[in-house]
Design a protein around this ligand. Structure first.
Ligand code: NOJ
Ligand code: CA
Length: 655
């Protein structure tokens, strides 16, 4: 057995190893117990995860889980900083202690497995690495044994998995013991002693995405199956995604963990061409019933409408314009007919050349749209041509969409979140990078920090966004997101609907809450989602904030929050000195005490404040707002009233 040469120490079937975070407060213990592998996690000597089993179930052979001896443990540490291209924090520290446990089965076929742990001050991560070895050339993963044994009396916040609308569900709170079906990650948990824990994964490539289900009164990995029931087919060597356990004393601290990004590799290519943007769209007019995606009398994506919207973008100072419904295939029942979508052919009333030329003349970029309806076979057959087609018109951004309850891949119906779905999203992303195209993916695979390696993955949807307004969004939703979905990365929530009381799509929001979203929900491609005429004719005073607010940040300082109730965050302008603050509440109005400790001491800042009036209400008085200017300084305190279903935004500039 030559893999480790003569470096082997004597095989051990009983072993207990501790790996500590750099600040030594978080400790993961890896154990081999009668050959069976497991781990547990403590923070400040308090149990976060009880003993939890590790291992992989393989098809037609014994699991990679038992009969192991530890042949070598190799430790190292890292402390480095890296600069993001965009994001919630420009300079990120990556500081961890790592130990890789090299295991070998004590019985034939003596297979090898490595379990690698990384301990950060804010979390634990581990992954399985299966080396190339004589006994196995490839591996069919039937499931993982991996457990996350949190106390089943913990509170938890999550969404159900394997549902037709993918990740587009309401977050709700359950004790862990009452989780009946599989749930998506990130799942956020509060243990009975008060620690906040988020379980998720990082660097998801070529593998089914992890969901969790209740097993033996705790949580266990349930890897999304393929249509044949298997979870992944892989060649060796292979590393699974990192399994991540973020641990914090305060729920707000979860929101600033950069562990998921840190567990991803630096980009291998030059991505200096990526650039955040803000955009309007031939979009909301379809939602309010003014226009349609499909061709016909009320077709939205016509040359004339696009030119009119380009004029508005130019006049309003918005650099990009999304055009949906421009291509052949939207006719009739588009969910059924999407199998015929053509991505290199516009409808007869839409002239791509004329529109992009007109855009260029006016300093406005067009954002292309690929609605695949999950017909991956149809899309992949055209993918290269589809990007080439847009690139030839100078288009640098594409919003893609994967509507439909499942994907059609190789003629089979597969989960978006299965290995084949993951492979598709990756293929589309890598090919986009080749054409220097940046993506905003709707109905995406969840974020696992791969945008560190592929910074052209600008943003995703992957949760209920404002398209669910008009009945299906409660004000609490935006107060769950920062503590759940947004832990996995930015989101295209499509904020900025100022026509809040539109009779065909009423928004459960006050006006200034729409501004707050630009700060509370990060996206490097941020939409001004309403129709331009609304910004032009109504509330240009509020639109001023939408135009000014940046799409990337130097740093992020969460100020106040309780899961599902309220959330307030301050963010500093990228390489600048301005600060922006956003805050939202649920159905309850509240007075919040704001402090300004993050401001430079001894300096006056002019704060332009956009807030709810005292009589504002998301149902009865949506339009009540106040814009005012105040001087604030480090050390000041300000009482901020936020109306039921309301929110506020603030821009602070040095005087
Ligand atoms: C769902 C997306 O979330 C939405 O933004 C898009 O307009 C429709 N699908 C149509 O592609
Ligand atoms: Ca959607």
């Amino acid at each position: 057995m030559g893999f480790f040469g003569n470096l082997f120490k004597k095989p051990k079937t009983e072993a207990v190893y501790e790996i500590k975070s750099p600040d030594r407060r978080l400790v993961a213990t890896f154990m081999v117990d009668h050959g069976q592998i497991s781990y547990f996690v403590k923070k400040d000597d308090k149990i976060i995860l009880r003993k939890s089993r590790l291992g992989l179930l393989l098809k037609d052979t014994t699991p990679l889980a038992d009969n192991f001896s530890i042949v070598r443990a190799y430790s190292r540490s890292a402390d480095e900083t890296w600069k993001a291209f965009w994001g919630e924090q420009r300079v990120i520290r990556n500081n961890y202690n790592e130990t890789a446990f090299y295991l070998e089965e004590t019985e034939k076929p003596n297979r090898l497995l490595t379990v690698r742990f990384r301990l950060y001050n804010d979390g634990v991560a581990f992954r399985y690495e299966v080396p190339a070895q004589p006994a196995m050339e490839n591996m069919v993963v039937a499931d993982e044994i991996t457990e996350f044994s949190v106390d089943s009396n913990s509170r938890s916040w999550c969404i159900p998995a394997y549902q037709p609308d993918r990740y587009e569900y309401d977050y709700s709170e359950h004790p862990v013991y009452s989780i009946t079906d599989s749930v998506h990650t990130p799942i956020t948990i509060q243990t009975p002693v008060g620690y906040y824990v988020a379980i998720h994964e990082a660097a998801l490539y070529n593998y089914g995405s992890m969901t969790l289900r209740l097993n033996n009164s705790s949580l266990k990995a349930d890897i999304t199956p393929l249509s044949d029931g298997m979870r992944a087919y892989v060649e060796l060597p292979f590393s699974t995604p990192w399994r991540t356990i973020t641990v914090a004393q305060d729920a707000l601290d979860l929101t600033v963990s950069r562990m998921i990004l840190n567990l991803n590799d630096a980009p291998r290519d030059d991505f200096s061409w990526v650039e955040p943007t803000k955009f309007m769209g031939i979009w909301w007019a379809m939602y309010v019933g003014e226009w349609t995606w499909a061709p016909g009398e009320r077709h939205g994506a016509t040359t004339e409408h696009a030119m009119r919207y380009i004029d508005s973008c130019r006049n309003l100072g918005i650099p990009s314009l999304l055009v949906e419904g421009w291509n052949d295939g939207w006719e009739g029942d588009w969910l059924e007919n999407g199998v015929n979508n053509k991505f290199t052919q516009s409808t007869p009333d839409f002239d791509m050349k004329a529109v992009t030329d007109y855009g260029r003349k006016n300093g406005v970029e067009i954002i292309g749209h690929h609605e695949t309806v999950g017909f991956i076979d149809n899309y992949e057959a055209q993918l290269d041509d589809a990007y080439k087609y847009l690139a030839q018109y100078g288009i640098r951004y594409v919003k893609s969409g994967y509507a439909g309850s499942k994907m059609t891949i190789n003629g089979h119906r597969e989960f978006h979140h299965s290995q084949l779905g993951v492979l598709h999203y990756q293929k589309a992303l890598e090919l986009a990078a080749k054409y220097h195209i940046m993506l905003d993916v709707h109905e995406p695979i969840k974020g696992t920090g791969i945008e560190r390696t592929w910074p052209n993955l600008m943003t995703r949807e992957g949760a209920r966004g404002q398209e669910y307004e008009g009945g299906a969004l409660a004000p609490s939703h935006a107060c769950y997101l920062p503590f759940t979905r947004l832990l996995s990365g930015g989101m295209d929530y499509t904020p900025g609907i100022l026509d809040v009381s539109n009779f065909s799509k009423r928004i459960a929001s006050t006006l200034t809450r729409q501004l707050a979203y630009y700060v509370t929900i990060y996206s490097s491609m941020q939409m001004a989602a309403d129709r331009p005429q609304i910004y032009e004719s109504q509330h240009p005073d509020l639109f001023h904030f939408i135009r000014e607010v940046p799409t990337r940040w130097e740093q992020t300082v969460p100020l106040l929050g309780e899961i599902g109730k309220y959330y307030v965050v301050a963010r500093q302008q990228w390489e600048g000195t301005d600060w922006y603050v956003g805050g939202v509440t649920n159905e309850e109005g509240r007075k919040l005490d704001l402090y300004f400790d993050y401001l430079e001491p001894g300096v006056n800042y002019v704060a332009v404040i956009y807030r709810d009036s005292e009589d504002a209400h998301y149902r009865d008085h949506q339009l009540g707002y106040v814009i005012e200017e105040r001087i604030v300084r480090h050390g000041d305190k300000m009482e901020m009233y936020v109306a039921p279903g309301g929110g506020f935004a603030m821009h602070l500039k040095k005087q």
